[in-house]
Design a protein around this ligand. Structure first.
Ligand SMILES: [Mg+2]
Length: 275
């Protein structure tokens, strides 16, 4: 079931597609939010401000979501700000990031090792239909970019482990130590700014985070919000859907299993699309 939010919008002119990685294609880091949010709540609760856990959770979920898709360090900077606002002395954002990644690693280590050893198949950790979607877009002649807020070396390894790296022909980007050298905003600007380049209506994005949808919509492109209920990925997650709609997604999909319908809607049948 594909939900067309703006029924006059389509991507018939698309030449370039930007993909987010985690939660859009890859499930290797599935559950990352259940690691990050409690860690942040824990840090804030330790300050003893008298705020309830529910209130702190709300605060944390707000900034974590708003920065989802951006490099992880920005969420950790927001945590440091929240500690400071409550009169605490925060750790360096990099120290928070290290703590978060250590805890996330406990959750994902076995997945990565299973993929490395071949005891798990890539399909186990791909959003259903992702590989066929990438292949179809590639065969349609679209130029694919992978852009993630996860550290670049990890994105490159994980894309390779999932067997999707070749579709991007080297255009795989992630967080770098030098924050000024990569961001999704920068990537969009570079794609649009290139001479003989791409115009906004030729730009399509698939993402499950605030940042990639916002940047592409701001530029004038088309956005598919991937609101998959992890880890089964068979239905739409209402929490993600509501937030993706708020930031301007043109379409909402639970996964990519209905490729024919998705292609029909995106590329040739802009009107009379059922919800
Ligand atoms: Mg994501």
């Amino acid at each position: 079931m594909i939900e067309a939010v703006h029924s006059t919008v389509n991507a018939a002119k698309a030449r370039v597609v930007i993909f987010d990685f985690d939660g859009t294609l890859s499930l290797i880091r599935s559950g990352w939010m259940d690691v990050m949010v409690p860690m942040c709540v824990e840090q804030l609760a330790a300050l003893g401000t008298g705020e309830s856990e529910v209130q702190l959770r709300q605060t944390v979920e707000d900034f974590v979501w708003r920065l989802t898709g951006k490099e992880t360090i920005y969420q950790m900077m927001a945590l440091a700000d929240a500690v400071r606002e409550r009169g605490g002395t925060p750790l360096e954002p990099l120290a928070y990031k290290k703590l978060y990644l250590e805890r996330l690693w406990v959750k994902i280590q076995s997945r990565i090792e299973a993929l490395r050893s071949g005891s798990a198949s890539p399909e186990q950790y791909l959003v259903p239909g992702a590989r066929a979607l990438l292949e179809a877009l590639y065969l349609r002649g679209l130029r694919l970019y992978l852009a993630s807020g996860t550290d670049e070396e990890n994105v490159q390894e994980e894309a390779a482990l999932l067997g999707v790296a070749p579709f991007f022909e080297g255009r795989i980007f992630g967080a770098r130590d030098d924050l000024s050298s990569f961001s999704k905003a920068l990537l969009v600007q570079q794609i649009l700014g290139r001479t003989g380049g791409v115009s906004p209506e030729e730009l399509l994005v698939f993402g499950d985070g605030y940042v990639e949808i916002e940047e592409v919509k701001k530029a004038g492109g088309t956005a598919v919000g991937v609101a998959t209920a992890e880890p089964e990925c068979l239905r739409v997650d209402d929490w993600k859907r509501a937030r993706l709609l708020r930031v301007g997604a043109d379409f909402i999909v639970p996964n990519f299993l209905n490729l024919e319908e998705l292609f029909g809607i995106l590329f040739t049948a802009p009107l009379s699309v059922g919800k």
